[in-house]
Design a protein. Sequence first.
Length: 261
Amino acid sequence: MMSAENTKIAIITYQFSVVVKSIENVLKKKEYDVVTLNDNVEELKKCMFDTGIFVLYLPDDVLDDKKKVSNLLLISDTLKDNSKSLILIGSDKNHDDCLKSVPTFSSYPWVDRPIDMNNFISLVEEQENKMNEAQALKKILVIDDDPFFAKMVSGWLKGLYDVTTAEGGMQGITYLTRNKIDLILLDYEMPVVDGPKILEMLRADEETKDIPVIFLTGIGTKESIARVMGLKPQGYILKTASREELISNLIAFFDKQKALS
């Protein structure tokens, strides 16, 4: 289990509240890393990938404002798309109406106000355990002849995945003879032995033929992408992608793998 001090929790609230402050203090005493956000979806997205659990504090009048309801839909969809844990806190009298207004809320646990803090912490720990089981660190091998780019990618994915880098295709092949990997991020354009040749070698070996490969490519034209996908990798990611775009691609890939298994 991941220790509490390594789990970041974001409390989403619409206004300052003594109760929200109390929740924050209780979580901090349990050594969670806690941040408080307003209901701005863009702000939420910025902390998406290093936050484990989100807590949404719903005021009694939240359903009276169409803009707030629209924002609730965006928040719920964003968290669901990124496979994030969410705990809802609200008044019991609003429970059914909230589920009608935001149907995806039915997927998440609900805590009635006034809050029983012991039960709330137990629920947080339960969500943490589920999160850790569902998101056991996948092993990713980055094969790229550019050590600076590989180091950057490794830094971006730190804490989310178990990342190893190999400087060039043959170093990557050697690593795979001794280690199990869930996914290879393979540079398409490399000198000496390029990405397509490495993929061909991987597919020809019984030990590595089933390892998923996603190409990293610096050229995003239709013709170049057609050539990349013609080799039938599991996908491609442009090297110009942001950290958020890279992680979103990986989350989508592993979610798809899980659905197919």
